[in-house]
Design a protein around this ligand. Sequence first.
Ligand SMILES: C=CC1=C(C)c2cc3[nH]c(cc4nc(cc5[nH]c(cc1n2)c(C)c5CCC(=O)O)C(CCC(=O)O)=C4C)c(C)c3C=C
Ligand SMILES: [Fe+2]
Ligand SMILES: [Fe+2]
Length: 335
Amino acid sequence: MKPYLDAPTSAGPGRTALLLVNLGTPDAPTAGAVKRYLSQFLHDHRVVELTRWLWCPLLHFIILPLRSPRVARNYASIWMDEGSPLLVHTRNLARAMQHALPDVSVRVAMRYGNPSIPDVLRELQAEGMQRLLVLPLYPQYSASTSGSVLDAVGKELAGWRRTPDLRFIADYHLDGGWLDALEARVRAHWDLHGRADQLLMSFHGLPKRYETAGDPYPRQCEAGARALAGRLGLAEGEWRLTYQSRFGREEWLQPYTDKTLEAMAREGVMTVDVICPGFAADCLETLEEIAVENDQVFRAAGGQALRYISALNDEPGHVAALSALARSHLQGWPH
Ligand SMILES: C=CC1=C(C)c2cc3[nH]c(cc4nc(cc5[nH]c(cc1n2)c(C)c5CCC(=O)O)C(CCC(=O)O)=C4C)c(C)c3C=C
Ligand SMILES: [Fe+2]
Ligand SMILES: [Fe+2]
Protein backbone atom coordinates (compact mmCIF):
# COMPACT_ATOMS: atom_id res chain seq x y z
CA MET A 1 0.00 0.00 0.00
CA LYS A 2 1.28 3.50 -0.91
CA PRO A 3 -0.83 5.69 1.37
CA TYR A 4 0.68 9.05 0.50
CA LEU A 5 0.98 8.79 -3.30
CA ASP A 6 -2.55 9.99 -4.05
CA ALA A 7 -2.76 12.49 -1.21
CA PRO A 8 -3.57 15.96 -2.57
CA THR A 9 -0.45 18.04 -2.93
CA SER A 10 -0.48 21.40 -1.22
CA ALA A 11 1.68 22.93 -3.94
CA GLY A 12 1.14 23.81 -7.60
CA PRO A 13 -1.04 26.22 -9.55
CA GLY A 14 -4.58 26.21 -8.29
CA ARG A 15 -3.53 25.89 -4.66
CA THR A 16 -2.21 29.45 -4.38
CA ALA A 17 -4.18 32.18 -6.09
CA LEU A 18 -3.43 35.82 -6.82
CA LEU A 19 -6.60 37.83 -7.23
CA LEU A 20 -6.17 41.16 -9.03
CA VAL A 21 -9.15 43.38 -8.31
CA ASN A 22 -10.04 46.54 -10.17
CA LEU A 23 -12.96 48.88 -9.71
CA GLY A 24 -15.37 47.53 -12.32
CA THR A 25 -17.11 48.78 -15.37
CA PRO A 26 -20.43 48.28 -17.19
CA ASP A 27 -20.96 45.16 -19.32
CA ALA A 28 -21.89 47.30 -22.33
CA PRO A 29 -21.83 51.00 -23.26
CA THR A 30 -25.60 51.29 -22.94
CA ALA A 31 -27.77 53.29 -20.53
CA GLY A 32 -29.20 50.09 -19.04
CA ALA A 33 -25.85 48.46 -18.37
CA VAL A 34 -24.39 51.69 -16.99
CA LYS A 35 -27.39 52.10 -14.68
CA ARG A 36 -26.92 48.58 -13.26
CA TYR A 37 -23.22 49.18 -12.72
CA LEU A 38 -23.64 52.64 -11.18
CA SER A 39 -26.43 51.40 -8.94
CA GLN A 40 -24.21 48.68 -7.43
CA PHE A 41 -21.24 51.07 -7.17
CA LEU A 42 -23.15 53.97 -5.64
CA HIS A 43 -24.95 51.78 -3.09
CA ASP A 44 -21.60 50.87 -1.52
CA HIS A 45 -21.42 52.53 1.91
CA ARG A 46 -17.65 52.80 1.56
CA VAL A 47 -18.08 54.92 -1.58
CA VAL A 48 -20.99 57.13 -0.58
CA GLU A 49 -20.95 57.80 3.14
CA LEU A 50 -24.41 59.36 3.41
CA THR A 51 -27.48 58.12 5.24
CA ARG A 52 -29.65 56.01 2.88
CA TRP A 53 -32.80 57.99 3.77
CA LEU A 54 -31.22 60.93 2.05
CA TRP A 55 -29.14 59.19 -0.61
CA CYS A 56 -31.48 56.50 -2.04
CA PRO A 57 -34.24 58.85 -3.29
CA LEU A 58 -31.60 61.11 -4.85
CA LEU A 59 -29.84 58.14 -6.44
CA HIS A 60 -32.93 56.33 -7.79
CA PHE A 61 -34.97 59.33 -8.96
CA ILE A 62 -32.34 61.77 -10.12
CA ILE A 63 -28.76 60.50 -10.44
CA LEU A 64 -29.28 57.10 -12.10
CA PRO A 65 -31.91 58.21 -14.66
CA LEU A 66 -30.06 61.40 -15.63
CA ARG A 67 -26.46 60.22 -15.42
CA SER A 68 -26.69 56.77 -17.03
CA PRO A 69 -27.48 57.81 -20.64
CA ARG A 70 -24.83 60.55 -20.59
CA VAL A 71 -22.14 58.32 -19.09
CA ALA A 72 -23.10 55.52 -21.53
CA ARG A 73 -22.28 57.87 -24.44
CA ASN A 74 -18.90 58.56 -22.86
CA TYR A 75 -18.23 54.84 -22.50
CA ALA A 76 -19.30 54.27 -26.13
CA SER A 77 -16.67 56.80 -27.25
CA ILE A 78 -13.80 54.78 -25.69
CA TRP A 79 -15.17 51.21 -26.00
CA MET A 80 -12.73 48.72 -27.55
CA ASP A 81 -13.53 45.73 -29.80
CA GLU A 82 -12.86 43.42 -26.82
CA GLY A 83 -14.90 45.50 -24.34
CA SER A 84 -14.43 48.21 -21.74
CA PRO A 85 -10.80 49.47 -21.63
CA LEU A 86 -10.59 48.99 -17.85
CA LEU A 87 -11.42 45.29 -18.13
CA VAL A 88 -9.42 44.69 -21.32
CA HIS A 89 -6.24 46.27 -19.90
CA THR A 90 -6.67 44.56 -16.52
CA ARG A 91 -7.08 41.16 -18.24
CA ASN A 92 -4.00 41.76 -20.39
CA LEU A 93 -2.03 42.66 -17.28
CA ALA A 94 -3.21 39.49 -15.52
CA ARG A 95 -2.30 37.34 -18.52
CA ALA A 96 1.23 38.74 -18.55
CA MET A 97 1.53 38.31 -14.76
CA GLN A 98 0.44 34.68 -15.11
CA HIS A 99 3.54 34.11 -17.30
CA ALA A 100 5.72 35.77 -14.66
CA LEU A 101 4.14 33.73 -11.84
CA PRO A 102 3.60 30.25 -13.34
CA ASP A 103 3.24 28.58 -9.94
CA VAL A 104 0.25 30.73 -8.93
CA SER A 105 -3.26 31.04 -10.42
CA VAL A 106 -3.61 34.70 -11.43
CA ARG A 107 -7.23 35.86 -11.76
CA VAL A 108 -9.09 39.12 -12.36
CA ALA A 109 -12.20 40.26 -10.51
CA MET A 110 -14.08 43.52 -10.49
CA ARG A 111 -15.45 45.10 -7.31
CA TYR A 112 -18.59 46.17 -9.20
CA GLY A 113 -20.00 44.38 -12.24
CA ASN A 114 -18.28 41.40 -13.86
CA PRO A 115 -16.36 39.19 -13.36
CA SER A 116 -17.55 39.58 -9.78
CA ILE A 117 -15.48 38.81 -6.69
CA PRO A 118 -17.89 36.06 -5.48
CA ASP A 119 -17.94 34.33 -8.90
CA VAL A 120 -14.16 34.29 -9.24
CA LEU A 121 -13.59 33.18 -5.64
CA ARG A 122 -16.03 30.30 -6.14
CA GLU A 123 -14.19 29.19 -9.29
CA LEU A 124 -10.95 29.21 -7.33
CA GLN A 125 -12.61 27.26 -4.51
CA ALA A 126 -13.73 24.63 -7.02
CA GLU A 127 -10.12 24.37 -8.23
CA GLY A 128 -8.93 23.64 -4.69
CA MET A 129 -7.45 27.00 -3.72
CA GLN A 130 -5.84 26.92 -0.27
CA ARG A 131 -4.03 30.25 -0.17
CA LEU A 132 -5.28 33.57 -1.47
CA LEU A 133 -3.34 36.79 -2.05
CA VAL A 134 -5.55 39.77 -2.93
CA LEU A 135 -3.98 42.67 -4.81
CA PRO A 136 -6.39 45.58 -5.37
CA LEU A 137 -5.06 47.51 -8.36
CA TYR A 138 -5.03 50.79 -6.45
CA PRO A 139 -1.50 51.98 -5.68
CA GLN A 140 -2.86 54.30 -2.95
CA TYR A 141 -5.12 52.99 -0.20
CA SER A 142 -8.56 54.50 0.25
CA ALA A 143 -11.40 53.05 2.30
CA SER A 144 -13.62 53.69 -0.74
CA THR A 145 -11.52 51.43 -3.01
CA SER A 146 -9.08 48.99 -1.36
CA GLY A 147 -11.12 48.93 1.85
CA SER A 148 -14.22 48.06 -0.11
CA VAL A 149 -12.42 45.20 -1.91
CA LEU A 150 -11.56 43.67 1.47
CA ASP A 151 -15.24 43.99 2.49
CA ALA A 152 -16.37 42.11 -0.63
CA VAL A 153 -13.78 39.33 -0.21
CA GLY A 154 -14.70 38.98 3.48
CA LYS A 155 -18.41 38.92 2.69
CA GLU A 156 -17.95 36.03 0.27
CA LEU A 157 -15.58 34.07 2.53
CA ALA A 158 -18.01 34.51 5.43
CA GLY A 159 -20.16 31.86 3.72
CA TRP A 160 -17.37 29.29 3.33
CA ARG A 161 -16.81 26.46 5.77
CA ARG A 162 -13.12 26.10 4.85
CA THR A 163 -11.58 29.53 4.28
CA PRO A 164 -8.17 29.91 2.58
CA ASP A 165 -5.05 31.40 4.14
CA LEU A 166 -5.52 35.06 3.25
CA ARG A 167 -3.18 37.97 2.54
CA PHE A 168 -4.10 41.43 1.32
CA ILE A 169 -1.92 44.17 -0.19
CA ALA A 170 -3.42 47.40 1.11
CA ASP A 171 -1.30 49.75 -1.03
CA TYR A 172 1.97 50.05 -2.93
CA HIS A 173 2.25 53.82 -3.24
CA LEU A 174 6.03 53.93 -2.65
CA ASP A 175 6.97 50.54 -4.08
CA GLY A 176 10.34 50.88 -5.86
CA GLY A 177 9.41 48.71 -8.84
CA TRP A 178 6.15 50.58 -9.40
CA LEU A 179 7.97 53.95 -9.24
CA ASP A 180 10.59 52.59 -11.69
CA ALA A 181 7.79 51.69 -14.12
CA LEU A 182 6.16 55.13 -13.81
CA GLU A 183 9.48 56.91 -14.26
CA ALA A 184 10.26 54.84 -17.37
CA ARG A 185 6.77 55.59 -18.71
CA VAL A 186 7.28 59.36 -18.42
CA ARG A 187 10.81 59.23 -19.83
CA ALA A 188 9.61 57.18 -22.84
CA HIS A 189 6.90 59.81 -23.45
CA TRP A 190 9.49 62.60 -23.24
CA ASP A 191 11.82 60.74 -25.65
CA LEU A 192 8.99 60.54 -28.16
CA HIS A 193 7.31 63.94 -27.76
CA GLY A 194 9.80 66.14 -25.91
CA ARG A 195 9.00 67.72 -22.54
CA ALA A 196 5.94 69.89 -22.08
CA ASP A 197 6.12 73.10 -20.00
CA GLN A 198 4.81 71.22 -16.96
CA LEU A 199 3.99 67.71 -15.74
CA LEU A 200 0.61 67.33 -14.05
CA MET A 201 -0.01 64.27 -11.89
CA SER A 202 -3.76 63.85 -11.66
CA PHE A 203 -5.26 61.43 -9.11
CA HIS A 204 -8.89 60.40 -8.68
CA GLY A 205 -10.52 62.61 -6.03
CA LEU A 206 -12.47 61.89 -2.85
CA PRO A 207 -14.86 63.94 -0.75
CA LYS A 208 -12.74 66.16 1.51
CA ARG A 209 -14.55 64.84 4.59
CA TYR A 210 -13.11 61.33 3.94
CA GLU A 211 -9.65 62.80 4.45
CA THR A 212 -10.83 64.58 7.59
CA ALA A 213 -12.17 61.23 8.84
CA GLY A 214 -8.67 59.74 8.51
CA ASP A 215 -8.41 58.25 5.01
CA PRO A 216 -4.66 58.12 4.19
CA TYR A 217 -5.28 58.43 0.45
CA PRO A 218 -4.22 62.06 -0.12
CA ARG A 219 -1.02 61.64 1.95
CA GLN A 220 -0.13 58.57 -0.15
CA CYS A 221 -0.83 60.42 -3.41
CA GLU A 222 1.43 63.28 -2.27
CA ALA A 223 4.26 60.98 -1.17
CA GLY A 224 4.18 59.02 -4.45
CA ALA A 225 3.95 62.15 -6.60
CA ARG A 226 6.90 63.72 -4.78
CA ALA A 227 8.94 60.51 -5.19
CA LEU A 228 8.21 60.40 -8.92
CA ALA A 229 9.04 64.10 -9.38
CA GLY A 230 12.34 63.51 -7.55
CA ARG A 231 13.25 60.58 -9.78
CA LEU A 232 12.46 62.67 -12.87
CA GLY A 233 14.64 65.51 -11.59
CA LEU A 234 11.73 67.96 -11.62
CA ALA A 235 12.05 71.10 -9.51
CA GLU A 236 9.13 72.69 -7.62
CA GLY A 237 7.15 74.63 -10.21
CA GLU A 238 7.81 72.07 -12.94
CA TRP A 239 5.14 69.66 -11.74
CA ARG A 240 1.80 69.71 -9.88
CA LEU A 241 -0.52 67.28 -8.16
CA THR A 242 -4.27 67.60 -8.73
CA TYR A 243 -7.47 65.60 -8.14
CA GLN A 244 -10.00 64.76 -10.86
CA SER A 245 -13.43 63.08 -11.25
CA ARG A 246 -15.46 65.20 -8.81
CA PHE A 247 -18.94 63.85 -8.16
CA GLY A 248 -21.78 65.81 -6.53
CA ARG A 249 -21.78 69.23 -4.94
CA GLU A 250 -19.74 68.85 -1.78
CA GLU A 251 -16.08 69.80 -1.56
CA TRP A 252 -13.61 67.15 -2.83
CA LEU A 253 -9.85 67.00 -2.45
CA GLN A 254 -8.18 70.06 -3.95
CA PRO A 255 -6.64 71.36 -6.18
CA TYR A 256 -9.08 70.22 -8.85
CA THR A 257 -7.58 69.02 -12.16
CA ASP A 258 -9.92 70.96 -14.47
CA LYS A 259 -9.69 74.25 -12.54
CA THR A 260 -5.89 73.94 -12.35
CA LEU A 261 -5.59 73.33 -16.10
CA GLU A 262 -7.72 76.42 -16.74
CA ALA A 263 -5.58 78.52 -14.43
CA MET A 264 -2.35 77.18 -15.93
CA ALA A 265 -3.47 78.06 -19.45
CA ARG A 266 -4.42 81.56 -18.31
CA GLU A 267 -1.02 81.96 -16.66
CA GLY A 268 0.64 81.20 -20.01
CA VAL A 269 1.52 77.51 -19.70
CA MET A 270 1.25 76.37 -23.31
CA THR A 271 1.81 72.62 -23.10
CA VAL A 272 1.21 70.13 -20.31
CA ASP A 273 1.96 66.41 -19.93
CA VAL A 274 -0.61 64.64 -17.77
CA ILE A 275 -0.06 61.33 -16.01
CA CYS A 276 -2.59 59.62 -13.74
CA PRO A 277 -0.50 57.50 -11.34
CA GLY A 278 -3.51 56.24 -9.37
CA PHE A 279 -4.92 54.33 -12.34
CA ALA A 280 -3.24 50.99 -13.03
CA ALA A 281 -5.25 50.58 -16.23
CA ASP A 282 -6.66 53.08 -18.69
CA CYS A 283 -10.37 53.66 -18.28
CA LEU A 284 -13.14 56.21 -18.65
CA GLU A 285 -11.48 58.57 -16.16
CA THR A 286 -8.22 58.74 -18.12
CA LEU A 287 -9.18 58.15 -21.78
CA GLU A 288 -12.28 60.34 -21.75
CA GLU A 289 -12.12 62.68 -18.77
CA ILE A 290 -8.43 63.58 -19.07
CA ALA A 291 -7.48 62.96 -22.70
CA VAL A 292 -10.68 64.43 -24.18
CA GLU A 293 -12.62 66.60 -21.69
CA ASN A 294 -9.69 68.17 -19.89
CA ASP A 295 -7.82 68.65 -23.15
CA GLN A 296 -10.81 70.76 -24.28
CA VAL A 297 -10.80 72.66 -20.97
CA PHE A 298 -7.09 73.44 -21.32
CA ARG A 299 -7.33 74.57 -24.94
CA ALA A 300 -10.50 76.60 -24.37
CA ALA A 301 -8.58 78.56 -21.70
CA GLY A 302 -5.72 79.32 -24.11
CA GLY A 303 -3.43 76.27 -23.75
CA GLN A 304 -1.94 74.64 -26.84
CA ALA A 305 -1.74 70.93 -26.10
CA LEU A 306 -2.49 68.51 -23.29
CA ARG A 307 -0.57 65.28 -23.80
CA TYR A 308 -1.96 62.39 -21.85
CA ILE A 309 0.64 59.78 -20.80
CA SER A 310 -1.17 56.46 -20.85
CA ALA A 311 -1.47 54.22 -17.80
CA LEU A 312 0.99 51.41 -17.15
CA ASN A 313 -1.54 48.79 -18.32
CA ASP A 314 0.30 45.60 -19.37
CA GLU A 315 3.69 47.24 -19.99
CA PRO A 316 6.58 44.91 -19.12
CA GLY A 317 7.81 47.24 -16.35
CA HIS A 318 4.38 47.19 -14.72
CA VAL A 319 4.12 43.41 -15.05
CA ALA A 320 7.56 43.01 -13.49
CA ALA A 321 6.78 45.45 -10.65
CA LEU A 322 3.44 43.92 -9.66
CA SER A 323 4.76 40.36 -10.04
CA ALA A 324 7.70 41.17 -7.74
CA LEU A 325 5.31 42.85 -5.29
CA ALA A 326 3.08 39.77 -5.28
CA ARG A 327 6.10 37.48 -4.96
CA SER A 328 7.28 39.37 -1.88
CA HIS A 329 3.85 38.92 -0.25
CA LEU A 330 3.75 35.22 -1.19
CA GLN A 331 6.95 34.54 0.74
CA GLY A 332 6.69 31.73 3.24
CA TRP A 333 3.78 30.09 1.45
CA PRO A 334 4.45 26.80 -0.40
CA HIS A 335 3.70 27.00 -4.11
C1 LIG B 1 -19.32 58.86 -5.80
C2 LIG B 1 -18.16 58.80 -5.29
C3 LIG B 1 -16.92 58.23 -5.84
C4 LIG B 1 -15.79 57.99 -5.11
C5 LIG B 1 -15.58 58.25 -3.63
C6 LIG B 1 -14.83 57.41 -5.99
C7 LIG B 1 -13.53 57.04 -5.64
C8 LIG B 1 -12.61 56.45 -6.49
N1 LIG B 1 -12.82 55.93 -7.77
C9 LIG B 1 -11.64 55.44 -8.28
C10 LIG B 1 -11.43 54.85 -9.54
C11 LIG B 1 -12.34 54.89 -10.61
N2 LIG B 1 -13.55 55.52 -10.63
C12 LIG B 1 -14.14 55.33 -11.85
C13 LIG B 1 -15.38 55.78 -12.24
C14 LIG B 1 -16.31 56.41 -11.40
N3 LIG B 1 -16.11 56.89 -10.11
C15 LIG B 1 -17.30 57.38 -9.61
C16 LIG B 1 -17.53 57.90 -8.30
C17 LIG B 1 -16.64 57.82 -7.21
N4 LIG B 1 -15.38 57.34 -7.23
C18 LIG B 1 -18.29 57.21 -10.62
C19 LIG B 1 -19.75 57.60 -10.47
C20 LIG B 1 -17.69 56.61 -11.73
C21 LIG B 1 -18.36 56.14 -13.03
C22 LIG B 1 -18.31 57.07 -14.13
C23 LIG B 1 -19.22 58.26 -13.89
O1 LIG B 1 -20.40 58.08 -13.67
O2 LIG B 1 -18.68 59.37 -13.91
C24 LIG B 1 -13.25 54.54 -12.67
C25 LIG B 1 -13.44 54.15 -14.14
C26 LIG B 1 -14.36 52.97 -14.38
C27 LIG B 1 -14.44 52.57 -15.82
O3 LIG B 1 -15.33 51.79 -16.17
O4 LIG B 1 -13.66 52.96 -16.69
C28 LIG B 1 -12.14 54.25 -11.89
C29 LIG B 1 -10.94 53.41 -12.28
C30 LIG B 1 -10.65 55.62 -7.27
C31 LIG B 1 -9.20 55.22 -7.43
C32 LIG B 1 -11.24 56.25 -6.18
C33 LIG B 1 -10.69 56.67 -4.88
C34 LIG B 1 -9.47 56.90 -4.61
FE1 LIG C 1 -31.27 52.40 -2.92
FE1 LIG D 1 -14.36 56.76 -9.06
